[in-house]
Design a protein around this ligand. Structure first.
Ligand code: FES
Length: 133
């Protein structure tokens, strides 16, 4: 059977799991917006509009998500230098951090679970591996 969507779980800022279906080829940023997932990637210093502020042009790091399982993390394409530069600025960076606008749904990612950094700050989330700056 050919599936054209995958299941993605977001751990939101309240620590709640939200399961959504994401079409193959769509970024997690777009999917989160389409599903009205409340994401909050604001650093205290930022006055910008929150998650996905640059709409996927790798000019912010507000779309920072933490992939909760290294097996899934390892299935992602390697981040570009531009993504790594932005991630270095992200608050609460972890070993499995990525930018949500750069994670594009593909069949191997079915079942992936990602948290927003606020969730890992406020709740004990399994798999959270802090990375020192
Ligand atoms: Fe700005 Fe992803 S939305 S880098």
């Amino acid at each position: 059977e050919q599936n054209d969507t995958i299941s993605v779980t977001f751990v939101d800022k309240d620590g709640e799991d939200q399961l959504i279906k994401v079409p193959i080829g769509m970024s997690l940023l777009e999917a989160a917006h389409e599903n009205d997932i409340e994401l909050e990637g604001k650093h205290a210093d930022w006055n910008v509009g929150g998650w996905g502020a640059c709409e996927g042009s790798l000019a912010c790091s507000t779309c920072h998500v933490i992939v909760m399982d290294m097996d899934y993390y390892n299935k992602l394409e390697d981040p570009t230098d531009e993504e790594n530069d932005m991630l270095d600025l992200a608050f609460g960076l972890t070993e499995s951090s990525r930018l949500g606008c750069q994670i594009v749904a593909k069949p191997e990612l079915d079942g992936i679970r990602v948290a927003i950094p606020a969730a890992t700050r406020n709740f004990a989330v399994d798999g959270f591996v802090p990375k020192p700056h």
